[in-house]
Design a protein around this ligand. Structure first.
Ligand SMILES: Cc1ncc(COP(=O)(O)O)c(C=O)c1O
Length: 393
């Protein structure tokens, strides 16, 4: 079937955090929201059908999964990412961020450092801080419009802080890098050398633009597989975030049992029945939808790039290699700290994610989610253009 991603579906009044929680989150009402990383597109039809069948059945008791669930996820990872897994490696969790927090608790002690690469998805920092760990920052380096890793600093931070856990974001939110096999191999070797585990958050792995390829870190070598927790989820890929379903793959039995114990300690046992059904259906039958979506998103990116180049100077985009998130540089506006966000809220009437919240290196940047119908994207960019015109008059 053909999907119409241009369709504008009104999400207001559905209690979605993107549209319905401006007041609670301290932003003015009536802004156009392109912040949180979910999409304004309906999930694939086979997912809707599976959920409808479950709703018709009408009993939502405790639910778990059998081999067919594992096979749905494993076949997807094998086919799309050449990542071969085994059933006993799977550990299900109600979200990647939950799993990340559990990994921090399982593998580090209060007061210890956790290594992150900023600017980075903000729960990496907050999960460390709220669990009384110290986020240790290996800041990414912006060089000729592209972010790179400072490996020397990475190793120094590992040694100086006796780091036992590195939180990798791959592909990287917000800067859009799809790390190459070489980069990941170097990071991995440094972690092996200094006895550091890697929580590899690969939730954005299905959004890769042409000429780039996602490399699963744990698939690089058996040695790396031994120190890695690979976090995947259907939530970004098929727009199921509210159903809270994530799949971790942990080859090392000791790491698997240590993390599993920490998850049991939290009181969590089974996942949400709807989330499991939706995730399985998506991996089994959602590929055609995803292929069409990727073409649409590439179109949105091309449109956005041209718009910035032709009409939004001096703002400049960082070309994303993956994800549906656009990181753009507003430093040329010369605004004081905190004022870029106010400009977006008050002048452009846009609700984006402010660069500051992503940690060191995020100042003066904004993150825009372009996974929305093109007319919405166009309106957002026009709002930005008008705001720029008004302020530079
Ligand atoms: C890198 C990254 N990890 C995790 C998440 C959220 O995952 P979950 O909803 O499964 O906790 C997001 C959502 O934006 C993300 O960008």
């Amino acid at each position: 079937m053909r999907y119409n991603f241009d369709e504008i579906i009104d999400r207001r009044g559905t209690n979605c955090i993107k549209f319905d929680f401006a007041q609670e989150r301290g932003v003015p009402e009536g802004l156009l929201p392109l912040w949180v990383a979910d999409m304004d597109f309906r999930a694939p039809q086979p997912v809707l059908d599976r959920l409808a069948a479950l709703a018709r059945h009408g009993i939502f008791g405790y639910t778990d999964t059998k081999e067919d669930y594992y096979l749905a996820v494993a076949n997807w990872l094998k086919k799309r990412h050449n990542y071969l897994t085994e059933p006993q490696w799977l550990k299900k969790a109600p979200g990647v961020v939950f799993a990340l927090a559990m990994a921090i608790r399982a593998f580090t002690k209060p007061g210890e450092g956790v290594l992150i690469q900023s600017p980075v998805y903000y729960p990496f920092t907050s999960c460390a801080v709220t669990n009384d760990r110290r986020p240790v920052v290996n800041q990414l380096v912006l060089k000729d419009g592209r972010y790179e890793i400072n490996f020397e600093d990475f190793e120094k931070k590992l040694i100086q802080n006796k780091i036992r856990l590195f939180l990798l974001c791959s592909p990287h939110n917000p800067v859009g890098r799809v790390w190459t096999k070489e980069e990941l191999t170097t990071l991995g070797q440094l972690c092996l050398k200094h006895d550091c585990l890697i929580f590899s958050d690969e939730i954005h792995c299905d959004f890769i633009f042409p000429n780039h390829r996602h490399q699963v870190l744990a698939a690089i070598s058996p040695e790396l597989a031994d120190i890695a927790i690979t976090a995947t989820a259907p939530s970004k890929t098929f727009n199921l975030a509210g159903l809270q379903n994530a799949n971790l793959f942990i080859k090392n039995p000791h790491l698997h049992s240590t993390l599993s114990l920490e998850i049991r300690r939290s009181g969590f046992s089974q996942l949400n029945a709807m989330g499991l059904a939706a995730g399985q259906a998506a991996y089994e039958l959602g590929e055609d939808w995803l292929e069409q979506l990727l073409v649409y998103l590439k179109g949105n990116l091309d449109f956005t790039r041209s718009f910035f180049q032709e009409r939004l100077a001096p703002l400049a985009i960082i070309e994303p290699e993956g994800t549906y998130l656009l990181w753009f540089d507003c430093r040329a506006l010369g605004l004081k700290p905190g004022q870029t966000n106010r400009f977006m809220l008050d002048q452009a009437r846009l609700w984006l994610d402010d660069g500051d919240i992503f940690g060191p290196g995020g100042e003066g940047f904004q993150r825009l989610n372009f996974a929305c119908p093109r007319p919405i994207l166009e309106e957002a960019l026009e709002r930005l253009e008008n705001a720029l015109k008004r302020t530079t008059k």
